[in-house]
Design a protein around this ligand. Sequence first.
Ligand code: MIC
Ligand code: SF4
Length: 642
Amino acid sequence: MAYTLAQKIIRDHLVSGKMIAGEEISIRIDQTLTQDSTGTMAYLQFEAMGIDRVKTKKSVAYIDHNTIQSGFENADDHKYIQTVTSKHGIYFSRPGNGICHQVQLERFGVPGMTLLGSDSHTPTGGGLGMLAIGAGGLDVAVAMGGGAYYITMPKILNVKLTGQLHPWVTAKDVILTVLRMLSVKGGVGKILEYTGEGVATLSVPERATITNMGAELGATTSIFPSDEATLAFLKAQGRERDFIPLTPDEGCVYDEEITIDLSAIEPLAAQPHSPDNVLEVDKIGKIKVDQVAIGSCTNSSYADMMKVAAVLKGKTVHPDVSLVIAPGSKQVLTMLAQNGALADMVAAGARILESACGPCIGMGQSPKTNAVSLRTFNRNFEGRSGTVSAQVYLVSPETAAVSAITGVLTDPREWGEAPVVSMPAEFLARDNMVIAPAENAADVEVVRGPNIKPFPLNQAMPETITGKSLIKVEDNITTDHIMPSNAKLLPFRSNIPYLSEFCLTPCDPDFPKRAKENGGGFIIGGINYGQGSSREHAALAPLYLGIKGVLAKSFARIHMANLINSGILPLVFKHEEDYDAIAPGDELAIENAQKQVAAGEEIVVKNLTKGTEYVTILTASDRQKEMLYAGGLINFIKMQNQ
Ligand code: MIC
Ligand code: SF4
C-alpha cells in the first residue's frame, strides 16, 4: 500500500485505531514542547498524575510568552516551570532564548518524529518534515508521561506547489493564498501535505512560515517532505545527524488536492479581523500606517530579519510609524548583532524587542486608538493587539519593512531591487540558554509562588444536566474571545478563579457574573466555535463558572478536545436553524445524560422554557465518553489508577 508522508509517520507511531479518516487513532509522541502561558497549567496537571520522569525522547519547556514582568506573577511562573521541569526530566529554555517554535525548529526538531506542543502553532515543525501537532496542556502532560495522543484520523489534503515565487513575494504570501482559498475553517479535520516541484524552491524557515499558519486554517497540522533543503538547514545548525530523507510513497492517494502556482502569487495582506480576509496589497491601497510590528513564530527567522535590515539600511522609519522588531531567537539576534544588521535596524529607528512573542499576544506595544498596525504575525483577531479599535493587517516582513519607511501600506515591488539573502552555511548554534534537567530529582525543590493556584476539577456527569442558555455568540468565536490574553491577564494563567472573571467578556461583559448567579449553564455558539489558540483556559474558565455544555454549529479541533478534557459537553446542532430558536435565558435540560451519551451520537436537549427540543450531535470516542462521565480527563485517569 502506498502512503502519503503524513500517513507514513502516523503509521510508524500508531498505538491504536485504523488510519481511516474520521476514526479515532492514537499515536506515540517523541517530543513535546510547552510554553509558559500554557505550561504552568500543563505542569500542575503533570504533577497531579504522579509521574516521576518524562518518557518522551525530548521534552522542552520554553519561556517566551509572559516575559513582561510588571509584577511578581510571571517571574513566579518562570521559577515554578524551571524547577518542576528540572525535577521531571524536561529541558528548560530560558527567557531570552527565543520563541518556542523558532527554537524548536532550529535546535530540536527531527524529520519523521512526532511533536506535541501546548501551543497551536506547534505545526511549525512540519517545515522540517515532523508530524507536529498543537494540543491542550493536559494532552501534552499525558504525552510527557508516555501516554498516547488521541486524534481523529484526518483527511490528507495535497497542496501541490508549482512554479517559483517572484522577488518580493514570500512564504507568508503563500500561506495567505491558502487561507484565502480555504478559509479559517477549511483545514478542520485535515493535514495539509505540501508536494510538487515548487517545494524544492523553499528553504526550511520558509516552509515553517507556511506550516505555522496552517493553524489559522484549523488544520490538524501541515507537513513538508524532508529533502536537500532540510539537509542543508540541519547541516547549518550542526545537526546533520538528525537528517533522514522523507517523501510520500509513489502512487499514494490523497483525499483532496489543490494546486498553487507560486509564480502567480502577489504580495498579500490579511485585513482586519480575520487571517482569511486576504487581498492583494496593491488592491487595498496606500492606507496610512501607525505601527509596524515584525517578528512572531511566523516570521522571525534569520533570513526574514536580514531582508528587513536590508530594506531599513540607511533609511529612517516614517515619523508617524512606530516600528518594533523582535528577532525570533537568541541565535537570530546574536547573528544580526555580529554581522551589523542589528545596527542597521537600530540606526533606522526600529525599536528592538527581546526574542519573545511580545506584541503578538498583546504583551506590550498595543497600538494607539484606531491605529492601522501592519504585523508579520499570524492572527489579527479583534482586540488581540490590546487595542480594541486597532485595525491589524497581517503581511510579510518585506511588505512590513517597506511600509515602515513609506508610512503607508506599500507593495514592496515598488521599492526596487529585492534584497537577496540566502541561508547561512552555518548558524550560530550555542545551546547555552537551555538547561538540562537535574540528574537527581531529589535535589530539586519545586518553587511555587503565591501566583500558583490549584486548577478546577469537574464533577462526574449527573443524571440530568440542567441550566440556562447564558450567552449566544456568532460564528468564528476565537479562544481570544473566550479567554482573552493580554499583558494584564497572561500573568494569571495559573489562577483560573481570577481569569474566569474575564471569560467571554469581549462578547458580553456581564457573562461571568450571570454565569455565577445562575450556578452555570450553557453557551450557544455559531460555526467554528473556539478557533485559534490551544489554551485550555478557554475550557477551564467556563468550567470554573459552571458551564456544562456548549451548543454550537461546529467546533474548532483543539478547543473541542479541551472541552471534553474538562468534562464539558461540546454539542453540535443537527439542524442549524435550532441555533436561531434558542434565546438567551432559556432553561435547557439534558435528561438521562449518561444513557444518551452511551447510546450513540444524538443527544436531545430540551428547551423547558419553550417546550421544544433540539437534536444535537456529540462526536466523541468511547474513551472520550468515559472522560465525560468521569467529569474530565484528570478524573478519568485517577479512576483508572484506583
Ligand atoms: C496564541 O498565539 O494565541 C498563543 C498565545 O500562543 C496560544 C497559546 C496560549 O494561549 O498560551 C496558542 O496559539 O495556542
Ligand atoms: Fe507566540 Fe504569537 Fe506564536 Fe502564539 S502566535 S506562539 S503568541 S509568537
